[in-house]
Design a protein around this ligand. Structure first.
Ligand SMILES: [Zn+2]
Ligand SMILES: [Zn+2]
Length: 156
């Protein structure tokens, strides 16, 4: 995917390198495996996630093999300060992710891009397994994104 229209009307594209649209997201399990093997970060398959800074919405494209099967969208629900409570679900079971923006990843990688040499991500991202809300911690601020149901995404 190279271009798409965001639901807010903004045009998103990943043709610039680096760009402020792609979010390099890795499942923590994949990351730990890569750490153990000390792989090059570009050998780890990241999730296909795009972000629209204009409306604070992100898109998660899911594939089966090489075929795009569905897109899940998340919209910013609220911003809280110094409060880690992202949802009221109990018990709290989270999926954790290692996340860099494309621009961040570009700035910390060069000839040596082994995962062990990379700094800890600035963004801390967790997803509740029960309500699917995504919490993004940036400094002392938590942004909470709620999954949205969208019937159709314009692509192309
Ligand atoms: Zn948008
Ligand atoms: Zn929850």
């Amino acid at each position: 995917m190279a271009h798409m229209g965001c639901l807010c009307g903004n045009r998103l594209s990943n043709s610039l390198c680096p760009n402020d649209v792609q979010i390099r997201t890795y499942r923590i399990e994949q990351w730990e495996e890569a750490l153990a093997k000390n792989l090059d970060v570009y050998y780890i398959k990241d999730l296909d996630i795009w972000y629209c800074k204009k409306c604070d919405r992100f898109y998660y494209f899911q594939y089966e093999g090489r075929n795009h099967i569905r897109t899940i969208t998340y919209k910013l629900l609220k911003v809280v300060y110094q409060d880690s409570r992202s949802c009221r679900c109990t018990p709290k079971l989270y999926r954790e992710y290692m996340v860099y923006t494309d621009i961040e990843l570009d700035s910390i990688t060069n000839e040596s891009s082994k995962v062990r040499d990379l700094p800890t991500p600035r963004l801390e991202v967790k997803q509740c397994k029960s309500c699917n809300r995504v919490t993004v911690k940036e400094e002392n601020k938590y942004k909470i994104f709620k999954m949205e149901r969208v019937s159709q995404i314009k692509e192309g």
